[in-house]
Design a protein around this ligand. Structure first.
Ligand code: C5P
Length: 246
C-alpha cells in the first residue's frame, strides 16, 4: 500500500479541513498512521482512548512531526481543575483543545483565562455542545427535553459568551452557527460520513462536502478513514471531494 508521499501529495491542502480521529490504543498505531500522511493532508486528533493508553508523549511526537494536534479530552469539571488541565494541555504544544460547554460559562472562562496566561502558543479553545451520538431520545434520557438543535444553540451561545474560539457540533447545526456567530467562530463537526459508509454509533451525520457547504471549518473524521481498507486513499478521496466548488 503506497503512502501519500509516494502518490505525489495529490490531495494536499494549505489549510487541511480534515482532522483524522486517531482512535487507536497505542502510540505505535498512531505514529504508523502519521508516517503515511503529511501535515498538508490532515490534522490529527488525539482522544480519550489514545491519550489514556499512550500518555501525553504521543501528542509531542505527533506535533514534532509538524502535525496540528487537536487534543479531544472534553474537559468537564470544576473551573480550577479544568483551567489547570487546559494549561497542562497547552504545554504539550497542542493546536486545539476542548471543554464541555455543559460545564457552564464560569468553567469555560477559567479555561480561556488559563490559556491566555500561558507563554506557549495559545491553542484554540473549543466548546463541545451536544455529542453527535446523541439524538432527541438520548437527550431526553438525561433530562434534556429540548431538541438537539435548540440545545446546541444554547450551549454554543454560552461558549461564545465565555470567549471561546468556537464549538463542536454536528454538521446539521453548522449553518445556524454561521448565521448566529459569524465566520470568526470556529465550527468543528464530527459525525461525518462519506456517502456509502457506515453510520456506526453516530446519529446526526452528513457527508464531508455537505458539511463544509453548511459552514463547517474543520471535519473530524475517524472510522471512515481509519477503518477503511486503505485509510490513506480514503483521506485522499475526501480531500479531493472537498476541492469541488460548493
Ligand atoms: O469514527 P468517527 O468519525 O465517528 O469519530 C468521531 C470522533 O469525533 C470520535 O473520536 C469522537 O470522540 C469525536 N467526537 C464526536 N462527537 C462530538 C465530539 C467529538 O463524535 N461531539
Amino acid at each position: 500500500m503506497a503512502d501519500l508521499a509516494e502518490r505525489g501529495h495529490g490531495s494536499a491542502q494549505r489549510d487541511p479541513r480534515v482532522i483524522v480521529a486517531l482512535d487507536v490504543p497505542t502510540a505505535a498505531e498512531a505514529l504508523a498512521f502519521a508516517r503515511r500522511v503529511t501535515p498538508a493532508l490532515c490534522r490529527l486528533k488525539v482522544g480519550l482512548e489514545l491519550f489514556t493508553g499512550a500518555g501525553p508523549g504521543v501528542v509531542g511526537e505527533l506535533a514534532a512531526r509538524g502535525f496540528d494536534v487537536f487534543l479531544d479530552l472534553k474537559f468537564h469539571d470544576i473551573p480550577t481543575t479544568v483551567a489547570r488541565a487546559c494549561a497542562a494541555a497547552a504545554g504539550l504544544g497542542v493546536w486545539m483543545l476542548n471543554v464541555h460547554a455543559l460545564g457552564g460559562v464560569q468553567m469555560m472562562q477559567a479555561a480561556r483565562d488559563a490559556l491566555e496566561k500561558g507563554s506557549a502558543r495559545r491553542p484554540l479553545l473549543i466548546g463541545v455542545t451536544v455529542l453527535t451520538s446523541h439524538g432527541a431520545h438520548t437527550l431526553s434520557e438525561i433530562g434534556v427535553e429540548t431538541d438537539p438543535a435548540t440545545q446546541v444553540l444554547r450551549l454554543a451561545g454560552l461558549a461564545h459568551q465565555a470567549g471561546l474560539d468556537g464549538i463542536v457540533c454536528s454538521a446539521l447545526e453548522a449553518g445556524i452557527m454561521r448565521v448566529r456567530f459569524g465566520t470568526g467562530f470556529v465550527v468543528v463537526t464530527p459525525g461525518i460520513r462519506p456517502a456509502g459508509t457506515a453510520a456506526d454509533d453516530q446519529q446526526r451525520t452528513m457527508t464531508p462536502l455537505a458539511a463544509v457547504g453548511q459552514g463547517a471549518d474543520y471535519l473530524v473524521i475517524g472510522r471512515p478513514i481509519t477503518q477503511a481498507p486503505d485509510p490513506v486513499a480514503a483521506l485522499e478521496e475526501i480531500n479531493i471531494q472537498l476541492r469541488a466548488p460548493f
